[in-house]
Write a protein that binds this ligand. Structure first.
Ligand SMILES: Nc1ncnc2c1ncn2[C@@H]1O[C@H](COP(=O)(O)OP(=O)(O)OP(=O)(O)O)[C@@H](O)[C@H]1O
Ligand SMILES: [Mg+2]
Length: 298
């Protein structure tokens, strides 16, 4: 049976090996979710006014537009091999990569990107398109990077904010689908004021604050744990820098999930500092969850 209903999983391709890795992951995600897969290449040359068709006398398949089409055709074929039951379509869309992909995210259930592309320079940890789109997408973004430990858990970063609760929901769905445990990590260094204007005492009882942090973690997870009783959950309360702790956890995980911004984000900041750091340094694929989503199960 071919899966062809509902909002698609979308994957961006640019002819790079990293994007083809993303296509394989996207095909599996589409199969899990029983969604179609849409492969998109943003064709920036259309904006430049350079000749796009083959030069006079050149072979019929030459020219920039044909090349763009080949990126998509190759990716569609790669996806079909991984997930034969998923309907896979491809599109070359004229425009710059970031706006094209952000527009695609408005109709997608998930947007999958490689961590690098054709551009960049040796040693670049993450490409600019992936950074920009992760900060602006209207749906969750899955950035394919590093190695997904097949036997590893899904790890989610929790800070008690509304977006981290979204991330927890996404992480439970993924853990349930993959049949693996979930590790909910809350890292804290110093007590944080509960709201604007609250002033912490000069001397405080760390244990009392630790208990408060444990409560934050437990409350963020509790409702979802009831909804997904089949997912074994481990709480990890760690005194440490959140980004460092999550990057460390990513060495043993198959997926790390974070909210796009957290409780400490400045107004208007599109990607919080923890998400930004994990995006650059995670050792396994990373999902960034931004918007309020309808849960798969309620
Ligand atoms: N033109 C494009 N169309 C569709 N998806 C793209 C396009 N360019 C990049 N992507 C997606 O974004 C991912 C990362 O590419 P990105 O362009 O961010 O990295 P880069 O080319 O290494 O660096 P930079 O472009 O910043 O110099 C790719 O693997 C692909 O999934
Ligand atoms: Mg690029």
């Amino acid at each position: 049976m071919t899966i062809n209903t509902g909002a698609p999983v979308v994957v961006g391709v640019d002819g790079s090996a990293a994007a083809l890795d993303a296509v394989r992951v996207a095909a599996r995600e589409a199969a899990y979710r029983q969604r179609p897969l849409r492969v998109v290449h943003a064709f920036v040359w259309a904006l430049t006014g350079v000749p796009l068709a083959p030069a006079p006398g050149a072979p019929a398949g030459a020219g920039l537009r044909n090349q763009a089409q080949r990126y998509v055709t190759e990716a569609v074929a790669g996806a079909a091999k991984v997930a034969p039951d998923v309907e896979v379509t491809g599109a070359v869309i004229d425009g710059a990569a970031t706006p094209v992909l952000v527009t695609e995210s408005q109709e997608a259930v998930l947007l999958v990107l490689g961590h690098r592309g054709l551009g960049g320079f040796a040693g670049l940890l993450i490409g600019s398109v992936t950074v920009q789109v992760s900060a602006r997408a209207a749906c969750p973004v899955l950035v394919v990077r590093g190695e997904a430990r097949a036997d590893g858990p899904v790890v989610v970063g929790v800070d008690g904010s509304a977006l981290s609760t979204e991330a927890v929901g996404f992480a439970f769905e993924e853990a349930a689908r993959r049949g693996v445990p979930l590790v909910a990590v809350h890292a804290w260094l110093y007590p944080s004021p509960a709201g604007p204007g609250e002033i912490l005492p000069l001397v405080y009882d760390l244990d009392a604050y630790g208990a408060e942090e444990e409560r934050t973690l437990a409350e963020s997870v509790a409702g979802f744990a009831e909804r997904y009783p089949e997912v074994p959950v481990r709480h990890r309360l760690v005194r440490g820098t959140p980004a460092r702790v999550l990057v460390e956890e990513s060495q043993r995980a198959q997926l790390v999930v974070v909210g796009a911004a957290g409780a400490g984000a400045l107004g208007g900041l599109l990607l919080g500092s923890v998400s930004h750091a994990v995006l650059h340094h995670a050792h396994c694929p990373l999902a960034i969850v931004r918007h309020p989503r309808r849960p798969a199960r309620s």
